[in-house]
Write a protein that binds this ligand. Sequence first.
Ligand code: SF4
Length: 219
Amino acid sequence: MSRQDVARVLGGLISEETLRADLALYHKLALDWGASAAAIIPASDVTIDERVRLKCIVPRCLRAGESPNCPPYAPELDLVRRALERFSWAILFKCDVEPLEMYAPGRGTTQAEKRRTLAFHEKSGEIVYKLERHAYKDGYYLAMGFGGGSCKDYLCQGLICQYLDSGRCRFPHRARPAMEAVGIDVIALLNKVEWNAYALLDDLSTIPCAVTVGIVFIS
Ligand code: SF4
């Protein structure tokens, strides 16, 4: 077995050169797996804002309190702030939501159609899971990803949360709090990398695009 074939040690020393190459690989993988854009960003670009968290309950999101990953159960912001400050680099990515009309709030008459409108974070959630897993395998044992929306929608299709019901999550490795649930100001981050987001309200024909966003903190 050549040295390159040997699995990396978890938490082993990683040179600047290897880190740079890994970040470039994760950036490429995000695009290969379906992101419409990705960026390698300093983790310090991320801001945690109490107002973002409060927006989950004022006005109340229909998922607040419905899974352990949504407020009021999602991790406390002080813990999140202190933990994320210890990362240096992250991969930020976005996926386009298409066709936009299928996912607009309030859309759909049948249960299946209504569920679909809530599942638009599915693709970004899958990329978050795969990137975090890849980075972990590469030795970044503290790599941590956050997507968007509630796992009750994009994983459990609106079924009652099995974790809150019986203590056993149906998707223990995939379910995680959304960026917004842990207070990350996603819109500020998008503006920093010059990606646009719009309010999906009223006349959809005026809206150029809709996106779902994920982030994986690497090291
Ligand atoms: S059971 Fe479903 S809704 Fe509950 S935490 Fe797991 S993925 Fe989320």
